[in-house]
Ligand binder design. Structure first.
Ligand SMILES: [Fe+2]
Length: 567
């Protein structure tokens, strides 16, 4: 059993990409068959000895080897003797030997086969292999469009980025785009061939991600589009999709978005997504640890599950009269409206913090946040980005030391916030690892580095809210400035003279409990925290010219927190 365990352990290396599948099969057969023969020889040694007098069988390994022969010569003789012993044993018990050796060869081939492309991932812990996944339906089928989702570009008032997953390799994509509210307008049609293959990472099924960048759009406008991907296996046509560009100024109503992180698909997560959908957000922010595939290529279905979940909850079917619109070539009577997604990178997108770009197999291929990134090599796509939003808001998505350290982003963020485009905006930030932690120590490496290099920028530019994640708790800090808490009488009402409130900490289904938040007055909290609890939640942000309202809701639709910031 121990040997089988060892073989299984090394066989799993092929799934993790350290050994090729053929090498693991050869090694596995060699080790198991060799061990079986070794055991057979040992087991029948005494019985064979007894047969020596009958001169039927002979044991060679016990023969004396002339000590005058060189060491290498003696080793060679002993090896030959051992092979002769193997032959003697097989002759002594031919049927049993062939049965056991044959079984161990088959087992040696089966173990690597059964463990090929092993995936072990967390939240929740699941184990699957190429074999077990063969019995599950793939999310990405032949000649179908598997996933379509929008990501938020830097300026969503004039651009959007679309990602499309297919199993078939694209040759080119023809896109047709028209304004939904102008039925007489002719669609704009263009061709693009930006795509990337993920097949080498996924291995067991082909996968291609096509990128469609929508540029030069009008602000606050409903658009309708469809596309046809030409592949070697024939064209793949999409249904009609839609999106609305953002306002470049104040827009109608207000700006609304939700923020969550550390996504574990359970009933709490779906309840929260349902509440989030009812909020009708302009975009959805996920602050890292999205799929929990841990940088393992064979865990690609975790991404499929999460993308399927997000597109299911954050797209809206809307009826439209196709007779009034000559842009429709598919004669569908509905449009699937897409809500743009905005992500921050988390440690489970690569498996750890302080990793290299190459150690992130999916994230940079699946989500683009800058127009022009589709033409860039994956390695040049940055893990941090900034977004210009209506009502004088900007939102920077930062990398909390997964592939870029705080230091590496400080100058970039300072340049962004100080330039004409952003200097008059209310500056919000989202990232994965908290700087003001709810569970761990704020003197740990990543928080300390953050307090030294990036928090002074938050202070200087008067960031009202930082959305943090990673710790699977709910928390809100007191307003903090210069690494000190500012005590205010009514801790849910703030103004722009005060410091930054850090909210988090990423529990979109990952918290084990749903407990009522503790208040700071209970004296059980660290100096910087106003509230904390183990409870699944999402943050709901509503922005107008006058205020930024940040509220947290639990899966049972109870408001567990509210902070108003007067601009
Ligand atoms: Fe994390």
């Amino acid at each position: 059993m121990i040997v089988i365990g060892i073989v299984g352990f090394f066989s799993s290396f092929s799934g993790w990409g350290y050994l090729s599948y053929k090498v693991t099969i050869l090694l596995s057969v060699f080790v198991l068959a060799g061990f079986t023969i070794f055991q057979l020889v040992n087991f029948y040694k005494e019985d064979i000895k007894k047969k020596v007098k009958e001169r039927k069988y002979y044991l060679y390994s016990k023969s004396r080897v002339d000590p005058r022969i060189s060491l290498m010569g003696r080793i060679k003789i002993q090896i030959l003797n051992y092979f002769n012993d193997v032959i003697s044993t097989i002759q002594f018990k031919p049927r049993l030997s062939f049965l056991l050796v044959g079984s161990s060869v088959l087992l040696g081939m089966f173990i690597p086969f059964a463990l090929d492309n092993l995936c072990i991932c967390s939240q929740p812990i699941t184990v699957s292999t190429r074999l077990t996944r063969a019995f599950q339906e793939s999310y990405c089928k032949d000649k179908e469009i598997c996933f379509v989702y929008l990501t938020l570009p830097e300026d969503p008032s004039n651009s959007m980025i679309l990602q499309v997953h297919t199993r078939n390799e694209p040759i080119e994509t023809t896109v047709r785009l028209s304004k939904l509210d102008l039925p007489s307008s002719h669609p704009v049609e263009w061709k693009t061939n930006s795509f990337i293959s993920v097949s080498e990472i996924i291995k067991e099924e082909p996968r291609f991600v096509s990128y469609i960048e929508f540029n030069s759009l009008s602000e606050s406008t409903n658009y309708k589009f469809n596309f046809t991907i030409t592949t070697k296996d024939g064209p793949i046509k999409s249904v009609n999709y839609g999106f609305k560009t953002f306002s470049s100024g104040v827009g109608d109503g207000g700006l609304k978005f939700i923020v969550g992180g550390d996504l574990n698909l359970n009933s709490d997560a779906t309840d929260l997504a349902r509440i989030g959908k009812d909020f009708n957000p302009d975009f959805v922010v996920i602050g890292g640890d999205i799929a929990y595939e841990n940088g393992i290529g064979s865990c690609y279905r975790r991404w499929d599950e999460k993308i399927n979940f997000l597109t299911q909850y954050f797209s809206y079917d809307q009826q439209y009269n196709s007779n009034n619109n000559n842009t429709n070539s598919n004669n569908n009577s509905f449009i699937k409206f897409l809500t743009p997604l905005l992500m921050s990178i988390g440690n489970h997108e690569s498996g750890a913090f302080f990793q290299t770009h190459d150690q992130v197999p999916f994230y940079f291929k699946y989500f683009l946040f800058n127009i022009g990134d589709s033409k860039k090599p994956v390695k040049e796509r940055l893990s941090y980005h900034i977004h210009k939003l209506p009502f004088g808001i900007s939102l920077a998505s930062l990398d909390s030391c997964v592939v870029s350290t705080w230091d590496q982003q400080t100058q970039w963020l300072d340049n962004q916030w100080s330039n004409e485009k952003y200097n008059n905006t209310s500056k919000l930030v989202v990232y994965h690892h908290p700087i003001y932690t709810s569970r761990r120590n704020i003197n740990d490496k990543i928080p300390t580095m953050g307090q030294k290099s990036i928090v002074p920028l938050f202070d200087h530019y008067k960031v009202p809210f930082a959305f943090e994640n990673h710790e699977h708790l709910f928390k809100r800090t007191k307003p903090l400035f210069n690494n000190k808490a500012i005590n205010i009488n009514n801790n849910s009402s703030l103004n722009s003279k005060l410091g930054t409130v850090y909210v988090g900490d990423g529990s979109w289904g990952t918290s084990k409990y749903n407990r009522k938040p503790q208040e700071a007055s209970e004296n059980t909290l660290p100096w910087y925290l106003a509230k904390r609890s183990e409870i699944n939640h999402l943050w709901f942000v509503t922005i107008s010219n006058q205020e930024i309202i940040v509220e947290a809701f639990s899966p049972d639709n109870n408001k567990i927190d509210r902070v108003e910031y007067y601009r």
